[in-house]
Ligand binder design. Structure first.
Ligand code: 3UK
Length: 525
């Protein structure tokens, strides 16, 4: 078998995958397209202008790998990427992998404090960022106890990736690797806010592309993908980069925030065939469609993930647009969607059935499988799951057991094999599909001089979607609730990632607690 190749037997379900003994995944995702004659095809269409062909992508991947190596970043070293959705994200991610460097894309919505802990936890050798995030990133670098060897901006004044690209060679030999070797990381938030680096292997991206991409979604070369979820989320990474690249399709990138206007504009202008959103966005788009009609006729499939899609949103979307939304559950640790609805098999209000290639079981607290209809802990198994958490042997041992991954979700399965989401096993919230730790918001509230104690729980809004709600014990009970709500909302918005501020405030005399002083959040829900 040729080095870096994968042989695929699609006569079986799931497809049988056999990797060459030497396998650097950048070759099959990037260089293969030149060998297959796709060099002139546009792969990336940036909504703010430029296009990139497969040939240009391959060349820039090589150049970027050489820039990173030239900065003294070596094989196995980590490079953190705080990069908006733009072609350079692809160059950096694949250039690093091809050079044997481990790319770690980070959420661009975070704050200096978050970046500081990831710089320290990863012990990164490099950090590359879009100038838009300079404020938070540079503040993090000043605070951090670990300093990367090299930091580089994507573009702008002075030293930048863009300025360096033409100065280095356009050739790069793939660093030798094995399909099971560490390839890239994605950080997943923990309950206490401490991020965990989920370490993924070279083969994982091939697995999700075949299992979910080809077999479940039916992605093909003629597709044009558009993901409202950004590239730094595992969901966006799969939608906008991994799945389309695997089949030689193309992607439209929106650098700015996804809202009904910006996403509809992209759909009308670039006519994508696949749209990937989160429930909160579908709800907002539906409200916008009540006011104006938009041409969404190019879409052949709409996908939702990140949090549960209420059945009502699916029904209204179908009535408004004539299109279905396929809800599926995925995770950073699994890399992509592992239980899903699909065109030929879907039910509103559930996550669907396991994607072929993944096993799913629901266990009780004692680790025994529950009877049909009973809820329990959802565990999954499949070839794309993370190998371990960086530097967190205890978390690894808790979450990844004998090849099974504990999702942290409560689910039940009906007699037909469909899986229904019932909530998290921990206190974590998903807001707009993005993690939110109640502890982190509480800590922020307590920093405020007028707050004695605070507890944060999830509460559903009019669209049946979860948002944070705060219960606050004020130091001075005579403080006006309205004024204080405004003040605390502002305080949270300025100190936390923007989506995390509480949407409701309730002022109370005391919080329900256990004998040992732990807040009983379930009593507040
Ligand atoms: C929740 C869902 C109900 C669930 C993701 C698609 O969301 C992704 O990854 P994260 O690591 O979060 C994982 C957790 O989010 N969740 C996700 N999708 C659903 N709950 N219904 C859903 N459809 O708690 C899960 O454990 O941020 C989604 C693809 C790749 C991903 N990483």
């Amino acid at each position: 078998m040729r080095d870096h190749s994968v042989s695929i037997d699609r006569s079986t379900t799931p497809a049988g995958l056999a990797f060459a003994p030497t396998f650097n995944v950048a070759v099959s995702f990037i260089d293969r397209h030149l060998a297959e004659g796709r060099g002139d095809k546009v792969v990336i269409q940036a909504a703010d202008g430029g296009t990139v062909t497969y040939a240009a992508l391959a060349e820039n991947v090589n150049r970027t790998g050489n820039v990173l190596t030239g900065l003294g970043i070596g094989r196995g070293d980590r490079v953190l990427l705080i990069v908006k959705d733009c072609p350079e994200f692809y160059y950096l991610f694949w250039g690093a992998i091809k050079a044997g460097i481990v790319p770690v894309p980070l959420n661009t919505l975070l704050r200096a404090r978050d970046y500081c802990s990831m710089i320290e936890d990863s012990g990164c050798a490099g950090l590359v960022y879009s100038p838009e995030y300079a404020g938070e990133v540079e503040a993090a670098l000043t605070q951090a106890d670990h300093q990367p060897k090299a930091t580089l901006r994507i573009d702008g004044e002075g030293e930048s990736l863009r300025a360096r690209l033409p100065q280095v060679s356009a050739d790069l030999a793939p660093a030798p690797a094995k399909a099971e070797d560490d390839c890239f990381w994605l950080y997943s938030s923990g309950t206490t806010g401490a991020p965990k680096g989920a370490v993924h292997a070279h083969r994982d991206m091939v697995v999700i592309s075949e299992y979910y991409g080809r077999s479940t979604l039916g992605i093909r070369e003629s597709d044009v993908s558009f993901s409202a979820a950004k590239l730094f989320f595992a969901y966006g990474l799969g939608n906008a980069m991994v799945l389309p690249l695997w089949v030689g399709a193309s992607t439209v990138l929106l650098a700015g925030p996804p809202n009904p206007q910006s996403t509809f504009d992209v759909i009308e202008r670039y006519k994508p065939t696949l749209f990937f959103g989160v429930p909160t966005l579908y709800a907002a788009q539906l409200r916008a469609l009540d006011q104006e009609s938009r041409d969404l006729s190019s879409l052949r499939a709409c996908v939702s993930a990140g949090e549960a899609l209420p059945g009502d949103i699916l029904r209204r979307w179908k009535a408004q647009t004539g299109r279905l939304i396929f809800d599926g559950i995925g995770s950073t640790e699994a890399l992509h969607i592992f239980i899903s609805n699909r065109a030929d098999d879907y039910r509103p209000g559930c996550s669907g059935r396991p994607v072929a290639g993944y096993d799913a079981v629901i266990l009780d607290d004692a680790g025994k499988e529950v009877p049909v209809g009973d809820s329990g802990h959802l565990m999954i198994r499949g070839a794309s799951t993370a190998k371990y958490y960086w530097n967190k042997p205890d978390k690894t041992a808790e979450t990844m057991v004998d090849g099974w991954l504990n999702t942290g979700d409560t689910y039940y399965r009906d007699k037909d094999g469909y899986f229904y989401y019932c909530g998290r096993n921990d206190d974590m919230l998903k807001v707009g599909g993005i993690w939110c730790s109640p502890f982190e918001i509480e800590a922020k509230l307590i920093e405020h001089p007028k707050v004695l104690e605070a507890a944060v729980v999830g509460r559903v809004d009019d669209d049946d979607l979860v948002k944070p709600a705060a219960f606050v014990v004020p130091i001075d009970p005579k403080d006006s609730a309205d004024a204080m709500s405004d003040e605390l909302r502002q305080h949270c918005k300025s100190g936390l990632a923007k989506y995390k501020y509480p949407r409701w405030f309730t002022f109370v005399e005391q919080l329900p607690k256990t004998a040992t002083g732990k807040i009983q959040r379930y009593k507040l829900r």
